[in-house]
Design a protein. Sequence first.
Length: 165
Amino acid sequence: MSRSARETSYVDYVTARREHLRRVAYALCGDWHRADDLLQTALVKLYVAWPRVRRTGSEDAYVRRILVRASIDESRRPWRRERPTDTLPDRPAAEPTSPEDRSELFAALQALPPQQRATVVLRHWLGLSVADTAAELGISEGTVKSHTSRGLAALRGTLEPSETG
């Protein structure tokens, strides 16, 4: 494959899948700016591996795996544990909030530990099988099932109204 054909096929793929992949990144991290960073990291890594990934036809799986791993890596970084302050620096006006940003589900999803969040997103938002999810995350199918079960239980506990009173 010539360099221009390689780049054309890569650009075509990114153009067609960018918004979907950005939403996947957002579901994993809960912040549009971090989602853009995760997606950029994934797309750079995809470009490097493009000929190999394109031959196998596993573009989406490859990018999802990078997004999940990058999201988990970011959550482990020490600066992620910093606490925000009461006074914020001047910032440009925020973009209008979309329905996705206001979603109670996304807020509850972000409260889950990274591995539970990843399994819930891959299994229930993207509809991957247990086996496919296990392969993407590099964990056993039993671990996928337990993380998914715990994640869904936590979401139910957060989202369902309590029956007291």
